[in-house]
Structure formats: structure tokens, C-alpha cells
Design a protein around this ligand. Structure first.
Ligand code: JHZ
Length: 403
């Protein structure tokens, strides 16, 4: 484990501790057996008082987090996210006039879902550290060049030598996973054409703090972004933010477009909203910490009461964020089982709490009185699909009964 003592973006050392979840196993490290050995690492979130970046300073080696048996498959996660990424590819290829000769790159492209959405070029590159995912992206989603590696300047150089520079580079739901942002951005500058665009999507720290989405805090997410640190980063690399949008995915995310040049960055309206929400003031983080603690106590007490009354409880879906909630609120003993649509998660056990994970059919064959809707970000899709469920869904953050 690496322990930093300075901010990943501005290098300053003045931090405010936001939350401390103690030692936790990484959320996607599902175990094969109930007694498999597990490693835990501190899970603590800090706020940089200089540039405002929310970040973890205790870093689990990326090899452990992303290379070995990474079980998250975008294409299996939800219809909503698949549509989201295919729509993004279509939008980008239209906006940037992509033609057959253009190279498009997705970094941390997972199973290739986003790249499968391009229709104007098939020169697609997926730079993906997980071996299984990169093979899958080629076999199932027709990615032309799967590169099984982490993205570094060296990989960028190799890519340019082999296939030329890229017109579009995307990094969605992986930009928060990068520890060495300076090496990463140097690679982007090298790989991107001068008139190209680099697009990222990250969970917005404003949503995390305002809507108390504390479950987004886990080892994979090393940074939690507001606009200011992204401006800072762009400027350091001769780039600017050419567009900044708030999008609803994952409970509220940012979609940021970076281009080469020294123009003034966009995103002021979002930055003002962040200021109004108090995100430049440590008080907002103390309030967040208290609200998260209350939420955990409320959920714990609800599950205990229901169990004492003889009701049964399952977890509907096993996203990574479920494990932050289960472990930080000590819910393991109240949840009989979890189900998940992802084959790579089925037959395994949740980290630390050791709850078995089954395919969705198990939920129909062994219905519980209550089911915790851990992927609350897909509530609409799930509630539509499960309208015949006789039990009740529980929202894991508010502790409210949904149906
Ligand atoms: P989901 C992901 O996190 C992955 P996760 C990653 N860590 C990241 O950075 C964030 O997104 C932003 C299951 N499910 O997307 C499938 C059902 O079982 O909310 C998935 O395992 N039945 C890279 O893992 C999970 O829920 C269903 O009907 O926290 C959803 O995972 C549906 C709709 C989903 O994010």
C-alpha cells in the first residue's frame, strides 16, 4: 500500500479528514470461499484545503484493485448504463465528425460497451488492465485493438507508433481510479491529436456531499471531483475545459471535455453551484460525515428490528458501493443473500461480510420480505422490472421503504 502525504493534484499537504471507515477489504474483491483470506486497507477520505480535491491517501496497488478478477462488467450492470454509453459514442462521433480513418480510444474501457457504440469507425482501442475484460471487449464488443495494460506515457507512445494519434479519447468511471494523474495526463497529451477531444465522466463530489452518497467511497475511487481541480489539471498540461456538463448517471456525475490550447475553461456555473453548496468550506464535510453516520445507524437499526421481528432480508444487486454500506454499518448478519446479474459475481461472497451472491433467479425462488436496493442509481429500471415482487424494497442511503 502507498500512503501519500501531499495532494495528488496541487501537491499541498493541508488536509481535513472527511470520513474514516476503518480498515476495509476492497469492494470488488469478492471471495471464492467463505473462509478465503482477505486483506484490509484503511478507507479514509480527505479534503485538500488548497485545491479542493477530495481524495484517499491510502492507495491499494492498482494491480490488486483492477487486474486480478475484476468482476464489474458494464454490459451486465444495467440497461440504463449500456444505453448511456452507446448514446455517448454516437454523440461524440457526430459532434467531432468521426470518419473511418479516425482512431478512438477508451481508457479503462472495461468490456468494450462504450466502444461498441461507435458506428462511423471501427478503429477502436480499449486500454484495459483486466485481462478478462480486454479479451471480452474484443470477442463480444468487436474492439479492434484491445491493449491489456494500464495507461501510461509509454503505452501512449507504443499506441501512436502502431496506430497513430487519437481523435477521441474517453475515460469514463475510471478517471477517479487514477493515482498518478500527472503521468496519465502526459500520456493523454501525447496520444491526442491537436484537434482531438478527451472526455471524462466522474461521480460529482457535489452529488456525493449534497445527496449524501457516502457509498461511493471505496478504495477504487481515489479522487472525488469538483470543477476546480480539473481546471488546475488541464492548465498544467496546456489544455482547457471546452465543455462541462452535469449528467444524472450514478446519482449525479460530471462529463468534462478537455481540448488542447490555452483558452479559458468552461464550467463556471457548476463551480458556483459547488461554492454555494459550501464545498470550499470544511463545515460541509463535517455535516456530510454526521449525515452519513446517522444514515448508517438508521439502516442498521431498521435491519435489526426487522430481523428481530422474524422478517427476511436480501440485497438486490451487489454493486461495489454495497460493500461500503454493509461493512461500515455492520449489516452482514442481517442479509441472507445478495443477487446480481453479473456472472463474474455469482457464486462468490461479499468482502468482509461473506454474504453469498446468487443469480437473480434465486430472488424469485427464495423471496425475502425485504430487499435492499443497493444499486439505487438504477431504481427506476429495477422497480419496473420487479413490479410483481411481493416484498418491500429498502433504500440503502435513506433507510426508506420504497414500495
Ligand atoms: P453499479 C461501478 O460501481 C463500477 P458499482 C466502478 N467501480 C465505478 O467507478 C462506478 O460504477 C462509478 C447489479 N444489478 O453500476 C449489477 C443487478 O443485479 O451501480 C451490478 O453489479 N440487477 C468502476 O459497482 C450492480 O448491480 C439489476 O437489475 O458501485 C450495479 O452496479 C441491475 C440494474 C443491476 O456500480
Amino acid at each position: 500500500m502507498i500512503v501519500h502525504n501531499s495532494c495528488r493534484i496541487c501537491g499541498e499537504r493541508d488536509f481535513h479528514q472527511v470520513v474514516d471507515f476503518g480498515n476495509q477489504s476492497p469492494s470488488n474483491k469478492l471471495t471464492d470461499h467463505i473462509n478465503s483470506p482477505e486483506w484490509s486497507y484503511p478507507l479514509k477520505l480527505y479534503y485538500c484545503k488548497n485545491c479542493g480535491l477530495l481524495q484517499l491517501l491510502h492507495i491499494v496497488p492498482p494491480k490488486i484493485l483492477f487486474q486480478e478478477d475484476y468482476p464489474y462488467y458494464t454490459g451486465k450492470a444495467s440497461k440504463t448504463i449500456v444505453k448511456h454509453f452507446k448514446d455517448l459514442a454516437k454523440l461524440l462521433e457526430k459532434e467531432y465528425n468521426i470518419t473511418t480513418s479516425d482512431l478512438v480510444v477508451d481508457i479503462g474501457g472495461n468490456d468494450g460497451t462504450l466502444l461498441s457504440g461507435y458506428t462511423k469507425t471501427n478503429r477502436t482501442v480499449n486500454i484495459e488492465p483486466s485481462f478478462d475484460q480486454s479479451i471480452y471487449s474484443m470477442q463480444v464488443n468487436n474492439v479492434m485493438y484491445p491493449i491489456n495494460d494500464n495507461f501510461t506515457p509509454e503505452v501512449a507512445r507504443r499506441l501512436v507508433d502502431l496506430y497513430g494519434k487519437a481523435k477521441i479519447i474517453t475515460a469514463t468511471n475510471m478517471f477517479a481510479h487514477i493515482d498518478d494523474l500527472y503521468s496519465f495526463m502526459a500520456g493523454i497529451v501525447y496520444l491526442l491529436k491537436d484537434d482531438g477531444v478527451f472526455v471524462i465522466e466522474v461521480h460529482h463530489a457535489l452529488s456525493i456531499i449534497k445527496d449524501m452518497e457516502y457509498d461511493s467511497i471505496y478504495h477504487e475511487h481515489m479522487s472525488y471531483y469538483t470543477i476546480n481541480p480539473l481546471w488546475h489539471l488541464a492548465e498544467n498540461f496546456g489544455m482547457y475545459v471546452s465543455k462541462a456538463e452535469k449528467i444524472p448517471i450514478h446519482g449525479g456525475s460530471l462529463r468534462i471535455y478537455f481540448k488542447k490550447g490555452n483558452e479559458k475553461s468552461w464550467g463556471l456555473k457548476i463551480a458556483l453551484e459547488e461554492t454555494e453548496a459550501g464545498l470550499h468550506d470544511v463545515g460541509a464535510y463535517d455535516v456530510f460525515c454526521l449525515r452519513a453516520e446517522k444514515s448508517r445507524i438508521k439502516l442498521h437499526d431498521l435491519l435489526k428490528t426487522l430481523t428481530d421481528q422474524g422478517y427476511t432480508i436480501s440485497g438486490y444487486g451487489c454493486p461495489a458501493k454495497a460493500n461500503t454500506i454493509i461493512n461500515s454499518a455492520s449489516l452482514g448478519e442481517y442479509i441472507d443473500y445478495m443477487i446480481d446479474t453479473t456472472p463474474a459475481k455469482q457464486g462468490k461472497y461479499t468482502p468482509n461480510s461473506h454474504i453469498p451472491i446468487y443469480p437473480t433467479q434465486y430472488f424469485y425462488d427464495h423471496p425475502t420480505d425485504y430487499a435492499i436496493l443497493f444499486p439505487w442509481n438504477y431504481a427506476k429500471e429495477i422497480l419496473e422490472k420487479e413490479k410483481d415482487y411481493k416484498g418491500k424494497f429498502i433504500h440503502p442511503l435513506t433507510g426508506e421503504i420504497i414500495s
